[in-house]
Design a protein around this ligand. Structure first.
Ligand code: ADP
Length: 267
């Protein structure tokens, strides 16, 4: 009986080991595939603005353009350079996070102001698709963190929402106290949605449902890691064809920003 039990255990262990090895092999194939996809999509993402910058600078150097055309060309060069800088910064941020080298500059952040600033930053882009951005936010929600990095998270989430929303739709940002110690900040769109098959993978680095949409597939991976550095978490719910809801849960703080602390003498 003893022997059979040992044999039995071995059988399970070997089966477990085989399953684990299989899973690892699949992961390796999958991660190599996503890395290959990443390299091809990042090359494309870098080449498009570069081609445009090169084309316009050569055109302008050759001269003979009226001030209006010159201004248009310069505007495109400046916009495309910003796009390149954004891409390179995203890759650098990702690599800093991978190496545990992301430094946060911690302060007290007013969530309403943070979301208002996010909306202001993305307003023009949303307007091009006639998308309305709405904000529903409780007063006086404060979190402890790096205001710029948290803004980066919400810019990424709202940017995705705009990118994957239909024209003439709306995106709603809500922030409320979720529990005594946490706030839930939700970005909700009624765009193309994400299928059940893909929802668990969209936060993986390099992953994109469709590489043709542009981007690096790093945005959500970076956002997730930044939120984790703030002791929070991101939850995603989505229905294909209906829309997506991303919830960021962050710990609240009782501390007030120094600008709001009034000393006795000032009262
Ligand atoms: P990218 O910069 O390529 O958009 P992200 O990590 O931000 O990378 O997103 C990964 C993928 O998740 C996107 O390419 C898209 O397929 C999917 N996705 C993210 N947000 C949404 C959304 N709000 N609606 C539909 N799909 C989304």
């Amino acid at each position: 009986r003893f022997n059979t039990r040992i044999k039995g255990n071995y059988k399970y262990e070997i089966a477990d080991l085989a399953a684990t090895l299989n899973y690892m092999a699949e992961e390796i194939v999958r991660s190599n595939q996503t890395k290959d996809d990443f390299i091809s999509s990042i090359s494309h993402e870098l080449r498009t603005p570069l081609t445009s910058i090169k084309g316009w600078s050569e055109t302008l150097i050759s001269g003979g353009y009226d001030p209006e055309e010159t201004k248009l060309g310069m505007g495109i060069i400046s916009r495309e350079s910003d796009r390149l800088i954004g891409l390179v910064e995203e890759i650098l941020d990702f690599s800093k996070l991978q190496q545990n080298e992301m430094k946060l500059s911690i302060g007290i952040v007013n969530v309403k102001v943070l979301l208002q600033e996010t909306i202001l930053n993305i307003w023009a882009k949303a307007e091009k698709k006639r998308i309305v951005l709405l904000l529903e936010c409780d007063e006086a929600i404060y979190v402890k963190g790096d205001a710029n990095r948290l803004k980066q998270v919400f810019l990424n989430l709202v940017d995705n929402a705009v990118k994957f929303s239909h024209e003439d739709s709306s995106i709603v940002l809500t922030a409320q106290r979720f529990s005594a110690s946490e706030t839930a900040i939700i970005v909700r769109d009624s765009g193309i949605g994400i299928s059940d098959d893909h929802i668990s993978r969209v936060r993986d680095r390099f992953f994109q449902v469709d590489a043709l949409n542009g981007g690096t597939g790093l945005g959500l991976a970076i956002s997730q890691q930044l939120v984790e550095l703030h002791h929070g978490k991101i939850e995603m719910n989505s229905e294909l064809g209906k829309g997506t809801q991303v919830t960021v849960i962050l710990p609240l703080t009782d501390e007030l920003p120094s600008s709001m602390i009034v000393t006795e003498g000032q009262l």
